[in-house]
Design a protein around this ligand. Sequence first.
Ligand code: SF4
Length: 493
Amino acid sequence: MCGVIGLWANREVFHDLYQGLLSIQHRGQDAAGIITYDGRFHEKKGNGLVLDIFGPEEAAQLKGNVGIGHTRYPTIGGGGHEDAQPFMVNTPFGIILAHNGNVVNYRQLKKELFEKNQRLLNSDCDAEVILNVFAQELEEQKVKHLTPENIFKAVAGVYRRVKGSYSVVAYIAEQGMVAFRDPHGIKPLSFGRRKDGLQPSYAFASETVSLNLMNFEDIEHIQAGEAVFLDRQRGLHRQKIIHKKHTPCLFEWVYFARPDSVIDGVNVYKSRVNLGRLLAAEIKKKNLEIDVVVPVPDSARDAAIEIARRLKLKYREALVKNRYIGRTFIMPAEIKRQSSVRQKLNPICSEIAGKKVLLVDDSIVRGNTSRAIVEMVRECGAEKVYFASYSPPLRFPCVYGIDMQTKTEFVARDADEELVARRIGADRVIYQTLKNLKKAVRMENPALKSFCSACFDGCYPTGDVTQDVLKAIEEERKLVQESQLELNIKTGR
Ligand code: SF4
């Protein structure tokens, strides 16, 4: 999961890009970057938060009315500065590119690009692979000025070679801007117009909240296997290049996306309320005595309010979040996750002591966070602690861009509700069913027929994720985690 924004405007783009990146900071807090264009490219990338990387100096340096910005959540790549996006190649034309997703055949393509195409990749980031495949596909057409047909042909070439999930924004110097989603449209990508000149300005973004904040309207979602191209005159061309089943990532509605975003026509807030409504019905069937419903902030709040309302129970915000500590789930190393739970959440014991508490969270991933929260609530004197997850048990690795790539990480890998409850120390665990998760999303857009639900049921929509692929990714991930852990220990992070 990362956040990407592409902007071609009637004015300097830095401030819009900066605001836009702040609005999708939740999609990646590891690194950020911006490249702008005003006849030449200007670049600033770094590790850390958007606020830490860009200041007045960068605002002055990043000139131009075209630019691409990115916030990184590391999956492939060790998380170094050299892996931060966007990336740039100077031939053909000069291209900059950033993406959100994960390229499954990244290693093979990197080797192929060197051996067959004489392209040396200088990072461990899969965006550089997509960029070079795209550049190669354009170069082979040997044209001086790119037409929409040239662009769509190059994107078709990317679809042929690049496996996995990728929502891409690229700018080709003096030729135009292109955005496309992978053939299954796993990761979100939308665009909008701003009528602020003779021609409208255009923006592409991972989440619609960025488009709203930059005052873009007429928002549309790019379809699975579709490319949108803005030519030299900023004329808009779009083409559905490949026809595969659209399978958007279910976890966007569960956790990743902001509640004020709309993903593929589904208001994220409403989908979370629906999840609360459907889970309330499941909880009711269990006949539990509950005194108070407490959300694990922030993502669980919308569903928890709905659960309390449906079950006619007291709702209390009894866990207070320190907003200045990052999201634990997306921190790269386990050591960070374990130590940060207590710093991140503090209980209001008066609302918990002597009560039968129903905690509500978006998911239970590794179980460390859930266990620490249950322990904290018990220490406050809760009589019973029930734990409700408004998503189903996570049991399978995600190979499409989320940092849960080893099966052994999941607390529910081999367990039913009872065993998970024992593992996290709760009196009872209640999970949402996968059927109800899909239903909650579909209630807001019945046109969505299929989803990626691989982390819940092991069905990988791209059809090319074999046991060997899973094993290779798992081994690579372990190496990255070990080197990250070593780095953290050395630097005291
Ligand atoms: S495996 Fe899960 S987290 Fe990964 S893309 Fe699919 S639904 Fe999303």
